[in-house]
Each structure stands twice: as C-alpha cells, then as structure tokens.
Design a protein around this ligand. Sequence first.
Ligand code: NIG
Ligand code: FE
Length: 400
Amino acid sequence: VIQVFENIRQCLTLQGAEANQGRHPTEEDLGVIEDAAVVVEDEVVRWVGSKRDLPIEYSQEKRVSAGGRVWLPSLVECHTHLVFAGSRAGDFAKRCRGMSYQEVAKAGGGILSTVAHTREATKETLLRNAQIGLSAFESRGVGCLELKSGYGLTLESELKLLEVVQELQKYTKTDLLPTFMPAHAVPPEFLGKSSNYVDAICSEWIPEVARRKLAVFFDVFVEEGYFSVKQARQLCAKALESGFKLKLHADQFSSLAGAQLGVELGAVSCDHLENISEQGIEKMARSSTVAVLAPGASLFTSTAYAPARRLIDEGAIVALSTDFNPGTCPSHSLPLMMTIACAQLKLTIPEVLVATTLNAARALGREKSWGCIAPGRAFSVWQVAVQSYEEIPYSFGEAV
Ligand code: NIG
Ligand code: FE
C-alpha cells in the first residue's frame, strides 16, 4: 500500500546531519521542509519533499492528513536502566536534606538498595514495571530504546532482567537494544572482593549471556568505589572477545579517564562525562565514539553538568539521554532533556534535535535505521502538535 501524507507543517529530515556524521550540527543539517509531503509504501519512505513538488506518479494515491503537525524522526533513547523494582524516593529525600549521591549509597541507599528489591521481584512484576516505563517513553516520541541490566548482580538475576527485555520486545514495535551491565556495582556477596567478582563475570557470566544472545552491548560503571580502569579493561577485553559492543559509564562523579579508555577500546559510546578531562575531550573529538550526555542526572543529583559546548565545538559526536534510572534520573522525557540541554548546557536547538535522533542512533550503532527521514528508510516519525520545531525544546518537556 502507498500512502501520501500531507499537511505536514514542517518535516525535519536530518539528512544534512547524516552527511556530516552528526558533528557540529547546524540549522541546515535539520533539512527542514515547510508544508511537506511524505510518500510511504509498506512502512518504507519512498519520497519526501515539499508538497508542491510531489511527483505526478503519486498524485492518485491515498492521501492522509498529518493535521498540520511538525514531523521529525522518532526519538532514540540510547541509555536507560528501565528494568528494576522498588522506589528510591527515600534517597532523593536524603539528597534534599543535603547528602550526596555517594553518602546516600553508603547509608544503605543507592544502586544496592534497588538490587535488593529487584532480586526479590518476579519476572511478571519486572515486566509490568518495564511496560509502564516503556509506554511513557513511547508517548514522548521514542521509537528505539536501549535498556541495561545491572540491578540483579547475580548471574541468575541478571539473566532474569535480560529475559524481561526479550519478553518486552514481544509487546512493542519500539526497537529495543539490551545491554549487559553486571559491573554496575559490587554486590554484597563480593564486598571487599571486587576482583573475584570481576573474575566471575569474565569466566562465567559473559560467556553465558553471549551464548544465549541476550545482549548486544556490554557496559561498565568506571567510577571510584565501583570499578577501576584496570578492572574495566579486563571486563571489556572479555566482552569484546565474546562479541559484545562496548559502552561505558565514564567520568561521571570522578575523573578516572574512562573516556580515554572507551576511545582506546573502540566503544560505541562513552556516557555521562561530567568530569571528563581536557585530554578526554580531545580523544572523544577525534574518535567516532559517541559522547552520551545525561543532563537530567546532573540536575537531579545537584552535580556538575558535562562540558557539552566544549565537546561539540571540538568536533565530538554528542547524543542526549535521560539515563532513566530510579536513583539519578527518574524521568521518561527526552523532550525535557532537550530543554535542560538548551538552557543549562547552552546547546542550540539543532544540536539537541540531532542529539536525540541521529546521534543517539549512532550511540546504538543504528544510524542506518533510525534518526533520519529519507527514501529507503523505515518509516517511523514523531508527529508533534507545535507550530514550529523550535517549540519542542521550548515547551519544557511537554511537547506531544
Ligand atoms: O547512570 N551511574 C551509574 N548508574 C546510574 C545510577 C544508578 C542508580 O543510582 O541506581 C546512572 O546514573
Ligand atoms: Fe546510567
């Protein structure tokens, strides 16, 4: 079936951003077409352009009105910790009283408190929680989403989380990409014996998850009190050898040179980077490792923002994410991250739009499938009821 969509107030194709590999995004890169038409055949885009240029061959096909909305590629959420149980409202309350993220973790909150609840939870409960979270993302424009394990931290419970992702995929058209993240924290069984934990992950866990093909990516929290650069090297070497692509939580609270490590290992992305060094910025800028920034986590934990301006100006490929998780950013809204990035990181509107579509797709190795409206690509768009695309970040997370 062929459908001709018309009455599209603006269509952002992002074709220019694609040509420039998502570096230094400009207004031109958005490829804005006013009063556009899009021809779709069997879920694939055949033609996109100004309505008055619609090729004559399509003039008799079925017309569908977009109701004057603005179209852009479906958003891509490239970093979430969506599968877990329990609430961390108590952690937030403590931070409101002045404690830091690390202090709250030491006082019995933090990742390990979510781990305790998640281990207890059944697959059904986890699936139900994840479905609610996923639809919250979908209703805010997302068509492709990454999900990490990391709240189980035993082989059995990590497998349970990855199986929930597999199950979740059966109920949605959204493209789900699972990440195996056993090195999210040292679990209580291995307290004070983190090197034994790392050994167990390498010798048993990674081979098992690889064998069952339950994840595409492998991620490590490279951070003081979590995993050192040396441990991350050991883990990543094993993961690469077992066929995983790499992502890293790097330079979030302390500056351990996680970004340099990620570039050296050819990671698809280094995420967070609030405390990236000058040398780290240079390395990121000269690589195709995507810098995934999570300004919602900085806002919510009252910590520093990443040097987003420097990264983009130096030429790095920058993506934006909610980092959705119960501890540092319980927000399902990429549009809200756009607003924060504009107002606090001083990104331009074209920069945040590229960062949540094409560059986020790059952070998942999916830039050929997501983040651009062009002939030959699968049809998946976010249709927004605004007068102009600039109203999307302007709407303070409420554009729908
Ligand atoms: O991305 N940094 C590590 N992981 C999460 C926080 C997880 C949690 O606090 O539960 C993050 O911010
Ligand atoms: Fe994270």
